[in-house]
Design a protein around this ligand. Structure first.
Ligand code: MLT
Ligand code: MN
Ligand code: ZN
Length: 300
């Protein structure tokens, strides 16, 4: 058996709303309901060194189904969970709502920036997470901390905005600070970077990504105006704090020359044409991009 350093399991590959989204009748959502393409749950990863203890990167509203679907994440005793910790990349609903499902007096560690912790603590409903069991730790940017014994992580700033439910007027969509972060995980010389939301590429972010063995990156929209054109929304990707895949400022161009081992799009909106075969899917594949799928597991 080949020795691996750590493994990554895609719990959810879709953006907020999932595929299909409850109130959407777009082509992809209709195809997912009819079984013509596989339904996908909302953005989250699980990582482990030994397959026994796991850390979750984000807690999606679909977490109950995601944990039930992954045998490695099932309880092994009367009251038990292999989930030892949860790391949050921002305060968006699709990344924090799952915490409410994890409320049954089960100990785990919760790691986030002070900005994201403040979002959680300002919402009284999260008192459902009993602090006697759930230790919430502030994590500073660019500092190593252990998310599991022997597995080190770092949070770093990624251009983004405050959560949608906290927007007042027109928000700055590419703030760089603790409100939107990426996660870098490193062990035994192998490095994975998870960036489910990113407004634009910066030199600092490019440096973070360069040479990584595996990157999961914001694949919300293929084209910036895709939701406007499809009639499913009035906002561009940029207004939502998500750079598109295509175009001169898109992620396909931005990754040129970064020498990433394996590039996987995640947090993919249900309107995105890459969910099905076609020219957009072929365009990203030509540049070496994969589309995440629920249940995809990668050993590094
Ligand atoms: C996003 O990724 O932009 C958010 O999840 C949107 C939302 O909260 O619905
Ligand atoms: Mn989202
Ligand atoms: Zn749809």
């Amino acid at each position: 058996m080949q020795h691996s350093s750590f493994r990554v399991l895609v719990l959810g590959s879709a953006a907020g709303g999932g595929l299909p989204q409850w109130n959407c009748g777009c082509r992809n959502c209709a195809d997912a309901r009819a079984g013509r393409i596989a339904p996908q749950t909302q953005s989250s990863l699980a990582v482990s060194v030994d397959g026994t203890d796991w850390a979750l990167l984000n807690a999606s509203p679909d977490i109950r189904h995601q944990l039930a679907s992954a045998p490695a994440l099932h309880p092994r005793q009367l009251r038990h969970s292999p989930v030892r910790s949860v790391v949050l990349t921002n305060g968006d609903l699709d990344h924090i709502a799952g915490l409410l499902v994890l409320r049954e007096k089960q100990p785990f560690a919760l790691y986030s920036t002070p900005e994201t912790r403040a979002v959680i603590e300002a919402n009284a409903v999260f008192a459902a997470l009993d602090r006697a069991h759930v230790a919430i730790s502030d994590v500073g940017l660019d500092r190593h901390f252990d998310i599991l014994p022997g597995l080190s992580a770092e949070l770093f700033a990624v251009p983004g905005k405050v959560p949608l439910f906290l927007e007042q007027g027109e928000p700055q969509t590419d703030l760089e600070g603790g409100q939107t972060v990426g996660v870098a995980i490193e062990r035994g010389g192998r490095r994975m970077v998870y960036v489910p939301g990113c407004a634009r590429m910066t030199p600092a972010l490019a440096k973070r990504l360069a040479g990584a063995d595996l990157v999961f990156f914001d694949g919300t929209l293929f084209a910036d105006d895709e939701m406007v054109r499809a009639g499913t929304g009035a906002k561009t990707g940029r207004r939502m704090g998500h750079m598109p895949m295509s175009g001169p400022d898109g992620s396909m161009v931005a990754f040129d020359g970064l020498e990433v081992g394996r590039k996987v799009y995640i947090h993919i909106n249900n309107t995105n044409p890459v969910w099905r075969d076609g020219p957009e899917r072929r365009a990203i594949a030509y540049l070496g991009w994969e589309v995440a799928k629920d249940g995809l597991e990668i050993a590094l």
